[in-house]
Design a protein. Structure first.
Length: 250
């Protein structure tokens, strides 16, 4: 999550206006009367408090690479603008409940999400909780492919999700080890919150221009998951795996 997001900037600005107006209340009252300045101060304070209400807002997601919860994610959730808690979630138990639309930046492909966790561990209390709902801010820095996997609806009977999760971790660690994207791609990621290929249309266009990538991907998938397992998949499951695997290799 960005340190100075649009919501935080709005909240700080509203409180600053309320403080300045209150410090000059006597002068404003002489000019406009006591009612209008006081209503403006209260209104600005309420707008600021609402903008800075970050309860349930995710500020950070990171993969755990060792220990008891290896290959799971640690999610930092804001309880207020000044305090937070951490939760451990298994990606197989998470999904996007709904997208909030272009609620911050105004882009078509830039959406906040409500992340649902079927089960998760509150590290503060150590309790195992269920049906948690958390907000992912639209203008956060993010690795799109990793976030698509975390937000995807998983099949509980799938035999490939664990292996695919390890592939996502390997790819994500490779990005993190080099500091992520650079140049124009870095600017695009920081501007829009997304990295690499934006959607399926862009992936399809890339594959049309690079047909050799299709064969390489199928060979890699066969080696990774086994030819027999791939043949047993339903067409929709195979397509989702192929799409995500292709994005993960680009």
């Amino acid at each position: 999550m960005k340190t100075l997001s649009a919501s935080r900037l709005k909240g700080i600005g509203s409180f600053t206006f309320a403080a300045l107006a209150y410090s000059n209340l006597s002068t404003l009252s002489l000019m406009l009367g006591p009612t209008l300045p006081m209503i403006s101060i209260v209104g600005a304070a309420m707008v600021g408090a609402r903008a800075l209400n970050e309860q349930g807002l995710i500020s950070k997601i990171e993969y755990l690479t060792e220990g008891e919860f290896k290959n799971q994610i640690r999610v930092t959730v804001n309880a207020s603008p000044f305090s937070s808690k951490t939760c451990i979630m298994n990606p197989k138990d998470t999904m996007s409940l709904c997208a909030l639309g272009a609620d911050d930046m105004g882009g078509d492909d830039l959406e906040g999400n409500i992340l649902h966790a079927k089960y998760y561990i509150d590290e503060t209390s150590g309790k195992i909780l269920n049906n948690g709902l958390f907000r992912v801010p639209a203008d956060a820095f993010r690795d799109k492919i990793t976030m698509e996997w975390i937000m995807a609806v998983k099949n509980e009977s799938s035999e490939t999700d664990a292996a695919f999760n390890e592939l996502i971790i390997k790819r994500h660690k490779a990005l993190a080890s080099t500091g992520g994207l650079t140049g124009l791609q870095k600017y695009n990621a920081e501007s829009t919150g997304f990295a690499n290929f934006g959607d399926e249309e862009e992936l399809s266009e890339y594959l049309k221009k690079n047909p050799e990538h299709v064969d390489d991907t199928l060979k890699a998938m066969s080696k990774q998951y086994g030819q027999e397992n791939l043949e047993k998949m339903r067409p929709t499951e195979f397509y989702r795996l192929y799409r995500d695997y292709s994005l993960g290799r680009l």
